[in-house]
Design a protein around this ligand. Structure first.
Ligand SMILES: Nc1ncnc2c1ncn2[C@@H]1O[C@H](COP(=O)(O)OP(=O)(O)O)[C@@H](O)[C@H]1O
Ligand SMILES: [Mg+2]
Length: 511
């Protein structure tokens, strides 16, 4: 219950179990957090990281197990209890009140109801903390006026305002640009330097390597092991995380691209609110080329993708597939001319949640052989083709007759991608194809995208994940406020250069 130098551990968990509806999210988990360390919690999606954090933060009560806080037995009954003891968490989904100010949010849940809050005093506290920890935000701003990165800073400020000694950050970098991520790491190191402890949840090995002192790996709800970060190499950590050797595929120097297959000129698209979300975008994608569009979410990516596939009207511009003008074609006509699309929301926009996997796989091709002969549907084709594709694309967890929505995110994405590439498209547009997927599914999806490039498809990959873009794309464009603000070959790209462009800073081009 204490470290080698005799100091009590900040937190210790022993043999913790927590199940949801019979599924063990945490299975006999043990975890030790020392004072003054950044401790990474690494694991694939669904490994049980958030559950463990929520137990520490008093949101969930474990079914079994013990917990000590600074050497004394403790089990927090509520997040309020935990915070009063000095343990606070920034959840993946922020819990700020959007129409209150930063200062008001700081006080929320802290000061007793009825106490009149001194706004000036609060604002001063927010400003002071913001300055000390490099977490500057305008204390008078309302939450809805802030960027996601700023909102995250408010969440951290809230914990510091309560003088939390243990800060739990659940996948904090998922919503940040690379620069914002670096700034957060600096703050984390500073906090640790003051003797606070940080639990940093991530599934990104390079981040864990960079910022943490120790790593605990979770897999399938179980602790696989804990190591000092400096003693762990990335391969070993990946193996602990996934349970097997694994290498994320990256593009190799590919054949020179062919003819222009997809041409987009001066396209303009309105947002739902009638504002111009895409403001004159032009680019080309050649056969066999993978072109990436990088950008922070909300800079016109959604409207651009929907405009290109025909789900949203263009107010200006022209789109061509293989030299043919499709600007005024319907979605269906574009599909027939060779356009395939993997949208960001797999269920709903992508797949029909209530239909079976086999039916979903046939959803775009059923008017063609082998599904149809003349005007007749061939029942056996649904079964045979379905079975073949499920096997070929390694779609797991399919139960005959049951709706596809019961599959996990990774398997949904494999099914969606299978359906699209089975059409042998000329142009494939994907949005954030591996978002939220675990490493195994990410590997499969990346391989499939690379295979499309090799097959000669013109691939447009719209993503917020720079690692993914750098690994797959031949050429990169950066979108900011509806405009393409930068273009480069992937070899010339660095995450710093991309990050600056994504944040709206035009980079001085050196001659
Ligand atoms: N509130 C909940 N209700 C039902 N199941 C849950 C809940 N929270 C987590 N789970 C399940 O527990 C497992 C672990 O989830 P989680 O702790 O969120 O993992 P991670 O944060 O590592 O992705 C998953 O199978 C998930 O579906
Ligand atoms: Mg989680």
């Amino acid at each position: 219950m204490s470290t080698s130098n005799g100091e009590p551990l900040a937190v210790e968990l022993r043999n913790v179990d927590k199940a949801f509806y019979g599924v063990k999210a945490n299975d006999n988990v043990s975890f030790e957090l020392a004072r003054g360390e950044v401790h990474a919690l690494l694991g694939e999606n669904g490994a049980g990281k958030s559950t463990l954090c929520s137990i520490l933060a008093g949101l969930y009560r474990p079914d079994a197990g013990e917990m000590w806080f600074e050497g004394k037995p403790a089990l927090f009954k509520t997040p309020k209890d935990a915070l009063a003891a000095g343990v606070g968490m920034v959840y993946q989904h922020f819990r700020l009140v959007s129409n209150l100010t930063v200062a008001e949010n700081l006080a929320l849940g802290h000061h007793d109801q009825g106490v009149r809050l001194d706004q000036k005093e609060l604002a001063r506290a927010a400003e002071e903390l913001g300055e000390r920890y490099d977490l500057a935000v305008d204390p008078t701003a309302r939450i809805w006026q802030l960027s996601v990165g700023e909102q995250q800073r408010v969440e951290i400020l809230k914990l510091l305002y309560r003088d939390a000694k243990i800060l739990i950050l659940d996948e904090p970098t998922a919503v940040l640009t690379p620069q914002e991520g670096q700034a957060l790491f600096k703050t984390m190191r500073q906090l640790a330097g003051e003797g606070r402890s940080i639990i940093f949840v991530s599934h990104k090995l390079d981040e864990v390597k960079q910022v943490s002192d120790r790593v605990t790996v979770l897999r399938n709800g179980k602790t696989v092991g804990g190591v000092a970060t400096k003693d762990a190499d990335a391969r070993e950590l990946a193996r602990m995380m996934v349970g097997r050797d694994l290498e994320l595929p990256t593009r190799s120097a590919s054949a020179p691209p062919g003819e222009v297959m997809f041409s987009v000129s001066d396209v303009r698209v309105l947002s739902d609110r009638g504002l111009e979300a895409v403001r004159g975008v032009s680019f080309e994608v050649r056969a066999g080329e993978i072109v990436g569009i990088a950008g922070v979410s909300g800079n016109g990516q959604r409207e651009l993708a929907q405009g290109l596939v025909g789900l949203r009207r263009l107010t200006a511009g022209r789109v061509e597939i293989d030299g043919e003008d499709v600007t005024s074609d319907t979605v269906l006509e574009r599909i027939d001319k060779g356009l395939a699309y993997v949208p960001q929301s797999r269920l709903g926009m992508g797949l029909a949640p209530g239909l079976t996997t086999e039916e979903n796989l046939a959803l775009k091709a059923f008017r063609r052989p082998p599904y149809s002969r003349g005007r007749t549907l061939v029942a056996s084709a649904f079964r045979d083709e379905g079975a073949r594709q499920i096997e070929q694309y390694d779609i797991r967890g399919v139960r005959p007759g049951l709706p596809i929505r019961l599959l996990s995110g990774g398997n949904l994405q494999k099914a969606l991608l299978a359906r699209e590439v089975e059409l042998e498209p000329k142009v494939l547009i994907l949005r954030s194809p591996t978002r939220g997927l675990d490493v195994g599914a990410t590997e499969a999806v990346r391989n499939q995208i690379l295979a499309e490039g090799v097959r000669g498809t013109a691939v447009l990959l719209i993503s917020e994940d720079l690692d993914e873009l750098m690994a797959l794309a031949d050429r990169l464009l950066v979108i900011y406020e509806g405009e393409i603000v930068g273009e480069m070959q992937t070899e010339e790209a660095t995450s710093e250069r991309l990050g600056l462009l994504m944040a709206g800073q035009r980079v001085e081009e050196s001659a």
